[in-house]
Design a protein around this ligand. Sequence first.
Ligand SMILES: NC(=O)c1ccc[n+]([C@@H]2O[C@H](COP(=O)([O-])OP(=O)(O)OC[C@H]3O[C@@H](n4cnc5c(N)ncnc54)[C@H](OP(=O)(O)O)[C@@H]3O)[C@@H](O)[C@H]2O)c1
Length: 256
Amino acid sequence: MKILVLGGSGLIGSKVVPILRERGHEPVAASPKSGVNSITGEGLGEAMKGASVVVDVTNSPAWEDAAVMSFFETSTRNLLKYEAAAGVKHHVALSVVGTDQLLESGYFRAKMAQEDLIKAGSVPYTIVRATQFFEFVAGIADISVEGGKVHLAPVLFQPIAADDVASAVARAALEAPVNGTVDVGGPEAFRLDELVRRRLAQLKDPREVIADPNARYSGAKVSERTLVPGKNARLGQTSFEVWVTQPAAKQAAAAH
Ligand SMILES: NC(=O)c1ccc[n+]([C@@H]2O[C@H](COP(=O)([O-])OP(=O)(O)OC[C@H]3O[C@@H](n4cnc5c(N)ncnc54)[C@H](OP(=O)(O)O)[C@@H]3O)[C@@H](O)[C@H]2O)c1
């Protein structure tokens, strides 16, 4: 089966492609670097020829409210239009657990818009909603600085290894469309402030982490369970403790 992976050069996309290949399929990684652009439409028609499934693991290059909304709306509309024309049978998109509860954030309003377009479209779909990647835990500190300190609400937090997200996305691509959402999370829950504090210590990042019940996540209020997956979630196998010993953690540290 030919499976087009939009965002195939990204963190998740570059892990999804080899999994699909190992399972005997024909994944094609596509992104602007390989001449396929979901915003301009460049290369989309050609890339979709003969594809049964399209996996969308793109991300917006710019995160300001208007830019990210424009990215996910335009990209999703284009993908769905070309998919319908090419007879693609399944659209798989990666979104984020709690998106519908984080709408004070411009980023999450854009992810919600992406999900709504998919649901309203004519192509059968599966939306995989993942919790935050282990690779992104230190990045959460960067977006949560107030007055030089990292302010985080001490809410439950159940992040997952990017490898496990990629396995879940590949699995969704090979199963029938659910025309709904599948939640994916890590194997254990932490307190958000505690895990970010632990990760910064591992990275020898001296920033202090304050447990602040009023702190926002990406600009949005969070409650106890906003960042944890639902009851029937598929859970990754890699624990945070094991992940920190793996090459992926060293790569994430180098990128920090
Ligand atoms: N970070 C988290 O904790 C988290 C949690 C849950 C879900 N997610 C979701 O996971 C998804 C993937 O994230 P990621 O970290 O793997 O992304 P990433 O590493 O930033 O990769 C983004 C990908 O999008 C591609 N792209 C950008 N503009 C494009 C365009 N116009 N047309 C086609 N492709 C384009 C990039 O291609 P080039 O390399 O060619 O530029 C790259 O392959 C996102 O949608 C995000 O919302 C993230």
